[in-house]
Design a protein around this ligand. Structure first.
Ligand SMILES: CC(C)(COP(=O)(O)OP(=O)(O)OC[C@H]1O[C@@H](n2cnc3c(N)ncnc32)[C@H](O)[C@@H]1OP(=O)(O)O)[C@@H](O)C(=O)NCCC(=O)NCCS
Length: 190
């Protein structure tokens, strides 16, 4: 199921962004965002493998003309969502799209049984830390020299018992009947 999220931009105007499952034809544009967003980017092969991972959820935010504006992913293991990635195209950052994708991702994970969530983040990534803090993630420890590009530690963060509805209110994004894609099995070519 394709769902529309209404994103309110900082300038006060409004643009319609569709959130959909990651599909093969999105990968090329996703990789362009990946390589400019991360010091240790994942490969295209890694994302293609993820599309065959039954435990994985990958979502993309699409513009009205179908351009990939951002993406986010998680593995759902038992009642835990392990958030693997989130990135917004640099020219589209700061328009609440990251929050909208995180809401959609946690919502999709909840439909697969997730009640808690965890992730790793660089201590130097102040924007990401701020967004996670707003969602209620808290630090529980560090993985030493986790990042291969500069050997920076990773902060391990957890979020317990999350409530998607409260994010919809507080993150100021409109939840528009998000359901995990009904056609996921077809999409993922299982
Ligand atoms: C982290 C990222 C996904 C956030 O996406 P975004 O769409 O720019 O973020 P949003 O507009 O939804 O903002 C979410 C919150 O982040 C904070 N934030 C956003 N831009 C910020 C900035 N330039 N400075 C400080 N805080 C900022 C604000 O607290 C904001 O909440 P608010 O809208 O209530 O003020 C995006 O910056 C990105 O792609 N970064 C590169 C990849 C990355 O680091 N991913 C995270 C890996 S752990």
């Amino acid at each position: 199921m394709v769902v529309e999220e209404r994103i309110h931009t900082r300038s006060g105007d409004e643009s319609i962004v569709t959130i959909d499952c990651l599909r093969s034809h999105h990968i090329k544009e996703l990789m362009e965002i990946e390589t400019v967003s991360f010091g240790a980017p994942w490969s295209e092969r890694a994302y293609r493998n993820e599309m065959n991972n039954r435990s994985a959820i990958y979502l993309v935010a699409l513009s009205a003309d179908g351009a990939v504006l951002g993406y986010a992913g998680a593995w759902v293991v038992m009642d835990e969502a392990h958030i693997t990635t989130i990135a917004i195209r640099p020219d589209m950052r700061g328009r609440k799209m990251g929050k909208a994708l995180l809401v959609a991702l946690l919502d999709a994970a909840a439909t697969k049984g997730s009640k808690r969530a965890t992730l790793e983040v660089r201590p130097s990534n102040t924007v990401a830390l701020e967004i996670y803090r707003k969602f209620g993630f808290y630090p529980v420890g560090r993985r030493k020299a986790y990042y291969t590009d500069n050997r920076e530690d990773a902060l391990i963060m957890w979020l317990d018992g999350y409530d998607v509805e409260s994010y919809v209110r507080e993150a100021e994004v409109v939840r528009a009947l998000f359901r995990w894609c009904d056609d996921a099995a077809d999409t993922l070519k299982l």
